[in-house]
Write a protein that binds this ligand. Structure first.
Ligand code: AMP
Ligand code: ZN
Length: 122
């Protein structure tokens, strides 16, 4: 898709701090991090918004979400069970959709926020 920022990142036409790549997905650091760990997971295929998705996108969406725990482990924000049996660490996943959903870039992306709170505006 012409003039799509994240398509250009996927095509390596503009730089990004890429942390994961496979045939279908790319993950990179958000340029304005709102948390100590702030990653974006995108499909390489241009999909404008989650609002355009349906049953045919279920596998792709599943892969995007399934990547989150792996990224969390690699970036030190996986959920851990502590010695006393409580839980520590953790992360938040978010997909903004459309103007009312706060979406600014119209190429589907999953935000992943992690690290010690408080975070900026999330
Ligand atoms: P959203 O509001 O859900 O559309 O989020 C778009 C996100 O893309 C924001 O968190 C921006 O900081 C981020 N962003 C914009 N441009 C870039 C870029 N060139 N590289 C990495 N992240 C970007
Ligand atoms: Zn795109």
């Amino acid at each position: 898709m012409e003039n799509c920022l994240f398509c250009k990142i996927a095509a390596k036409q503009i730089p990004a701090s890429i942390v994961y790549e496979d045939e279908e997905l790319l993950a990179f650091k958000d340029i304005h991090p709102a948390a100590p760990v702030h990653l974006l997971v995108i499909p390489k295929l241009h999909v404008a918004t989650l609002s355009d998705c349906g049953d045919g996108h279920a596998e792709l969406l599943g892969k995007m979400l399934a990547l989150a725990p792996r990224l969390a482990k690699e970036h030190g924000c996986a959920v851990e069970v502590t010695a006393d049996g409580s839980r520590a660490g953790g992360f938040k996943t978010l997909i903004n959709s459309g103007p009312d959903g706060g979406q600014e870039v119209y190429h589907l992306h999953l935000h992943m926020y992690g690290g010690p709170r408080p975070w900026r505006g999330q």
